[in-house]
Write a protein that binds this ligand. Structure first.
Ligand SMILES: [Zn+2]
Length: 851
């Protein structure tokens, strides 16, 4: 890697030209595509004489300015840019260029997923389609004509509204016009022989919108949940944010080969099929929830992302943090507030906290990047959403709505910055957010030391912020954030509930009028994305009595973590934890929530609290606690299983889903016993149940307890679902996550399976990606796990750099590993970085880890 050049936020310059409108014509053929690009351009900065357009590996055929064919002395074509010398102040350009979508395995720009032509242009894919000012602050009106073979590609889709279509004999053409100016990253095109389902939505102001979801022929019946979710999202955005849809048509297309989850192109969303297709037989409850949330997320982007977009890519969290917050609230409103909040926090801690503690830590608004593709991170998205949530908490529901109204009114149709967003938030609400801005510019997870004192009826809470240094070792400042707390008396009555505004490095808060020292319930609802450090708290009491769903869960988690850590030090299981856990088993109420309460902390959670990480020790201690609980509460767990197990029922309502959640939790805990009885239950569940959720849990339990049964059931599963790639992802994941001996050998062998295809990101993620997160085998003391994943990174980097750099993430905990693992990791990291022609994506991640 020679030209690993960083791009800096401080170097931002406004564009010197604007593109008034652009007319694109795509002629699609089997070996190549011809792109004709006509742009009307205006000089904004009159001092500039030359126009530099972004382009990547393009074959230029013709080049015209104002109807004059240009001689090659008037322009310079380089690998990454096309420069036109001495341009007038107003002019039109016509470019004809040739591209090869069929050979595009990077899945950026225009490419083929199976037999479907599709695009992915965020952040910088458009420049590999045609020369353009490929930056989000250049917004233009697009008209797109697609011409293709009528039989092979009967469906031709573009952004905006459909204008006209022509029959050209063997071929046909369709023209789309998008009246809303947009940046090139929101451009999309689809051509294929697709099935579809249609519906309609009438907006609050009475406009009729045609809704279509396209998929591979034969999958139409699996699109209904996505359609339902889309309509729910449209209604929610009208009610909660006063935002209506703004075109005559809303199209969604599901494709199999897609690097990300989905893309919000104006009026033409393109989705990874995993987030569209579902039916009871092939999708799990988690898949159904995932579809609802991603469909909503992309829809919400129409206002937070498309109509108001980012000035530059350093502002990515402006659209992503806000839109993730919006989709989280949507899911919470439609399902369970408590469960949604806990799931969101779990995901934040598993991915973002790990990132924040690693050499790739960065602020939600980074200051520089080598490859922008590497910044579609948990930090920008999920921590970004937490930052918006804190603003929401500081303002309160009513002022927050007033502030978002002002944001939409002021910046509609513009490309703006996070500063503009904060301006709207504070000017509409009157809340001073200047101290809050640090959340955008600092990295690392803040810790909050909590000290309690009780004297003469006065309870004093002293909070001290411990702010981590930057990756480069620079000191950072204390944050301003809302901290929801309650003080509970001995009957668990909330005597005080308050949202403290924490802003100093250390400060004390006093509460009077107590006879006994109250119990502190802190960071309720996880009101700030921080780590609480407490010498002591009455976790058993909070587990039993706290009325805040999040803190109750948190107390159970921390108490379990402390219990496991004590086991690691050679102690026996704390009987007080066991007793409190038994209390949770008896709880009434929402069963999905109860299933979360009963979950033991993940290996990743335990790992994050260690230095010199040794996974063997963590697994052993966690296993010991699981066995202890399963043994102690065998009867109760079996009773929970039996009461809630309904093998013959599908049911996608909240009750049916929550019954499956709790009984599968009980089964998983019981599986630590590895007794004949439990194995038989799992086997029966696999054979009798009609839902994918039940089958996958049963398979997972069998895989990790009984190799013989596992083989038979896995073979059965394979033969039933081998034609459904989405289901096969589950099959690969179960095997790649297995704790059994020989997992690496099996993963290696599965690469030759007829269903596996290294060019399909979902399959790579479910086999190689899941293995790289299988701590037991990836970090095996013989070093084979590291070697295998390093080999794959080097290989996949040549096919799809974005996929490869995603896999590099598995090495992020390098610095925190024990010496033996660390030295083995170093060998592989050095091998990757010295690879000839390594992509800048992988180079950026590996070089940061090694620094
Ligand atoms: Zn998004």
């Amino acid at each position: 890697m020679s030209e690993a050049q960083a791009i800096y936020l401080k170097d931002y310059k406004a564009p010197a030209f604007s593109i008034e409108d652009v007319n694109l014509r795509f002629e699609l053929f089997e070996e190549y595509a011809l792109v004709t690009n006509v742009m009307n351009i205006q000089k904004v900065d009159t001092g500039v004489q030359e126009l530099s357009l972004h382009c990547r590996d393009l074959e230029l055929l013709e080049f015209w300015i104002n109807d004059l064919k240009l001689q090659d002395t008037r322009y310079v074509l380089e690998e990454e840019k096309l420069t036109i010398l001495n341009v007038p102040s107003v002019f039109s350009i016509k470019i004809i260029n040739k591209i090869y979508p069929q050979n595009n395995t990077e899945l950026e720009g225009l490419y083929k997923s199976g037999s479907i032509f599709c695009t992915q242009n965020e952040p910088e894919g458009f420049r590999s389609i045609t020369p353009y000012l490929d930056r989000p602050d250049v917004m233009s009106v697009f008209t797109t004509t697609i011409v293709a073979d009528k039989e092979k590609y009967p469906v031709l889709l573009g952004n905006g509204n459909k204008k006209e279509s022509f029959d050209l004999g063997k071929r046909h053409s369709v023209t789309w016009h998008d009246p809303h100016p947009k940046p090139s990253y929101l451009f999309a095109l689809v051509a294929g022989d697709l099935g579809s389902i249609s519906d309609e939505y009438i907006t609050a102001s009475g406009e009729n919108v045609e809704l279509n979801i396209y998929c591979d022929l034969g999958n139409e019946s699996k699109c209904h949940h996505a359609m339902k979710s889309l309509k729910e999202a449209m209604l929610w955005d009208e009610e909660k944010y006063g935002r209506e849809y703004d075109l005559e048509i809303y199209n969604i297309v599901a494709v199999d080969s897609f690097n990300m989850g989905a893309m919000e192109n104006k009026g033409l969303n393109i989705f990874n099929s995993a987030y569209v297709l579902a039916d009871e037989d092939s999708a799990s409850d988690a898949n159904f929830m995932g579809i609802q949330s991603v469909i909503a997320h992309e829809y919400f982007h129409n206002w937070t992302g498309n109509r108001i977009t980012c000035r530059d890519w350093f502002q990515l969290t402006l659209k992503e943090g806000l839109t993730v917050f919006r989709d989280q609230c949507f899911s919470a409103d439609l399902n369970s507030q408590e469960v949604q909040r806990i799931e969101d926090v779990k995901s934040l801690r598993e991915r973002q906290f790990v990132e924040d503690a690693s050499p790739t830590a960065h602020p939600i608004q980074p200051k520089s990047y080598i490859s922008m593709n590497n910044f579609y991170t948990a930090t920008v998205y999920e921590k970004g959403a937490e930052v918006i949530r804190m603003i929401h908490t500081l303002l309160g529901e009513e002022l927050y709505r007033k502030a978002t109204d002002l944001y939409f009114e002021t910046f509609d149709g513009q490309a703006v910055t996070t500063k503009d967003f904060l301006w709207a938030m504070s000017s509409a609400s009157g809340v001073d957010l200047s101290a809050f801005e640090l959340w955008y510019h600092q990295s690392g997870t803040p810790k909050l030391k909590v000290e309690e004192k009780f004297e003469n009826g006065v309870y004093t809470l002293t909070l001290t912020q411990v702010i981590p240094n930057t990756v480069e070792g620079r000191a950072q400042k204390p944050y301003f954030f809302p901290l929801k707390i309650a003080l509970l008396d001995e009957d668990a009555k909330e005597v005080v509930t308050e949202t403290l505004k924490v802003s100093k490095e250390s400060e004390s808060f006093h509460f009077e009028g107590f006879n006994l020292k109250p119990v502190l319930s802190i960071n309720r609802d996880f009101s700030a994305p921080i780590i609480i450090e407490q010498e002591y708290n009455n976790f058993a009491f909070l587990m039993k009595h706290d009325t805040n769903g999040f803190v109750k869960y948190e107390a159970a988690q921390i108490f379990a973590i402390e219990t496991i850590e004590a086991i690691m030090r050679g102690e026996e299981v704390n009987p007080r934890f066991s007793e409190a856990y038994g209390h949770l088993l008896d709880l009434e109420g929402d069963l999905s929530y109860k299933a979360l309460l009963l979950e033991l902390p993940t290996v990743s959670t335990l790992m994050q609290r260690m230095s010199d990480i040794d996974f063997d020790v963590i697994y052993e201690a966690k296993e010991k606690l699981s066995q202890h609980l399963a043994q102690n509460f065998q009867e109760k767990l079996l009773a929970i299983y039996e009461v809630n197990h309904e093998p013959g029922s599908f049911g996608m309502d909240a009750l049916a889903i929550s019954k499956r959640a709790i009984k599968n939790r009980a089964l998983k805990i019981l599986s630590a016993l590895e007794t004949r009885d439990v194995i038989e239950i799992a086997k029966r569940q696999y054979e009798e149940s009609v839902t994918m959720t039940d089958r996958v849990v049963a398979l997972d339990v069998l895989e990790n307890t009984d190799p013989e049964y596992a083989e038979v059931t896995l073979a059965d599963f394979y033969s039933k679902y081998k034609k459904q790639t989405l289901v096969m992802n589950k099959y690969f994941s179960i095997l790649a996550a297995s704790h059994r001996e020989g997992t690496l050998d099996r993963v290696m062998a599965l690469q030759n399976d007829a269903v596996y295809d290294e060019k399909v990101p979902n399959l790579v993620r479910s086999l190689i990606g899941v293995f790289a997160r299988n701590y037991k085998h990836f970090h095996a003391k013989n070093g084979y796990g590291y070697k295998f994943v390093a080999d794959k990174i080097i290989e996949i980097d040549k096919i799809n750099p974005q996929m490869a750099s995603g896999l590099c993430g598995a090495f992020k905990i390098y610095n925190k590993m024990n010496e033996k693992n660390k030295s083995m990791m170093k060998v592989e990291l050095s091998r990757i970085i010295s690879t000839h022609e390594l992509s800048k994506n992988s180079f950026e991640i590996i070089s940061k880890i090694l620094k």
